[in-house]
Design a protein around this ligand. Sequence first.
Ligand SMILES: NC(=O)c1ccc[n+]([C@@H]2O[C@H](COP(=O)([O-])OP(=O)(O)OC[C@H]3O[C@@H](n4cnc5c(N)ncnc54)[C@H](O)[C@@H]3O)[C@@H](O)[C@H]2O)c1
Length: 299
Amino acid sequence: MSKRIVFTGGSGKAGRYVVPYLLDKGHQVLNLDLMPLEHPGVTTLNVDLRDSGQVFNALSMHFDFEGLESGTGPAPVDAVVHFAAVPRILLQPDNVTFQANVVSTYNVIEAAVKLGIRKIIIASSETTYGVCFAEGDKDYHSFPLDEDYDVDPMDSYGLSKVVNEKTARAFAMRSGADIYALRIGNVVEPHEYDRFPDFIAHPPSRKRNAWSYIDARDLGQMVDLCVARDGLGFQVFNAVNDEITADQPTAEFLAKWAPGTPITRPISGQEAPISNRKIREVLGFREEHKWRRYVDLGH
Ligand SMILES: NC(=O)c1ccc[n+]([C@@H]2O[C@H](COP(=O)([O-])OP(=O)(O)OC[C@H]3O[C@@H](n4cnc5c(N)ncnc54)[C@H](O)[C@@H]3O)[C@@H](O)[C@H]2O)c1
């Protein structure tokens, strides 16, 4: 069913793939960003999400000039997808990263809930698992990494994402709205598969990403599935592809490259160390862009 979706951060690395995916599925999208998105059929409203007044306003506007034709004011918004953020450390001073991400997410969720929007999807991150931006060589507590893990980042960005998940949970409890947080893995665009042979040749280089990734187009499918599925309240879903970025069965690989990290359930075949079992079982995700489709390891 076609939905009216407000998308934040649609001009960024992930949004440039997720927004077109949603349009292809027949949805209408309004993009809120500081930068334009050059894509037909989408208006970008220049909004600074750190300002709550701007956010309330942007969530109650027409999506385009056609909206004027009804003569009855802006139509209701069915879902908000919040991807805008400072997307990692070392882009801004740490306090700015934390403040921007936490305040923007609070503003978006609060405005959506108070305006009666019943579906909100937010971008959380693999960094909540604590290793990605850790000082030094930190080990994961156990594998596979699933949504019940005791998240413990030590950096400003990962911490902002943990706080955002708590903000989401608080507003879901208070309002009864559905708020789903996607713990997104390292986002891979189609042209980035040429990096994989190097990933596979140097396993320690991918420990911080838990040897997992998400194809930007498959992330589009995940967001669409979240839009479609109502009634789950607050949820966290890992958002990664099915398989480990290694050329060895996962159990064998982890025994070699993460020795001493407990394994809490049998890991079969090439299963990614960040588990996507929940999003497959609960929302029906089926990956379309397995890395092996695009990478020739020469054997
Ligand atoms: N790229 C990854 O590998 C990765 C991994 C895990 C999680 N994530 C998360 O996914 C989301 C998208 O990541 P991305 O890689 O596309 O990031 P990106 O930086 O490419 O895109 C983010 C967009 O948000 C916009 N933005 C930033 N601050 C804003 C503000 N105050 N008001 C309005 N717009 C603002 C930027 O202009 C940009 O277009 C982010 O929340 C990020 O934290 C990304």
